[in-house]
Design a protein around this ligand. Sequence first.
Ligand SMILES: [Zn+2]
Ligand SMILES: [Zn+2]
Length: 226
Amino acid sequence: MIDLHTHTVFSDGELIPAELTRRAAVTGYRAIAITDHGDFSNLDFIIPRMMRVAAELGEAWGLTVIAGIELTHVPPSQIADAVKEARELGAKLVVCHGETLVEPVALGTNRAAIEAGVDILAHPGLITDEEVALAAERGICLELTTRKGHSLSNGHVARLAGAHGAPLVLNTDSHAPGDLAPLSMARRIALGAGLSEDAFAQLRLNAESLVLKAGGDIEHHKTEGI
Ligand SMILES: [Zn+2]
Ligand SMILES: [Zn+2]
C-alpha cells in the first residue's frame, strides 16, 4: 500500500509521526506521506519538523516516509504562492484539499491547485470536465479516498478521470489509527468507484511515480512482526 495523504497531531490527526508511521508499516505500507493541514500560518512550522523525522522513521520501520503538506482552505488566489513556499521549505509532496462535497471549500480551489502544479488534488468533489482535462494535460493526480464524506464523489472523479485520461491515486486521509487501510481495502474501494482492475493497476503505478519523484524507495518494506 502506498498512501500519500495522512494527518498527525501537527494538524487534526490523533497520532504523532512516530506512531502513525509505525502503524502504517504494520498495516503493510510500502510508503506513506504525512500531509498535515497547512496555510501561511504554519507551513514553516510543520514542514521542517516532518523533514526532521521522515528519513529516520522510514529507516526504523522499513517503509518510505515522505514529508508533505496538505494546503487546506487557502484562498484560491493564494494557492500558487503557498505551493511555492511549501516547496521552498522542502515539502516533497504537495496536496491540495479540494472541493469536497462535505465542506465549504472555496469555489475555484480545484482549478487554482491544478494550475499551481500541486502533486495531488485531494477529494475534488464535483470537479468539472474542463478541470479534469487540465489535470490530465498537466499530469496532476486526482484523488479517490477511503475517507467518509469525502468519498461521496469517488464515482464521479473516477468516471471523469477515465474519460479524460487524468491520473488517479487512492489515499486514506487518515486522522486516526483505524483509518489506515491495507491494499486489499484500497482495491475494493477503487473497484467500488468504478475502476477496472487495469485502471487500479495504473493507479498504483501513479502512486509509485509520486513516491519516486519525492525521492523515496518503493521496494522498501521490511517490517518485522506483522
Ligand atoms: Zn483534505
Ligand atoms: Zn486531509
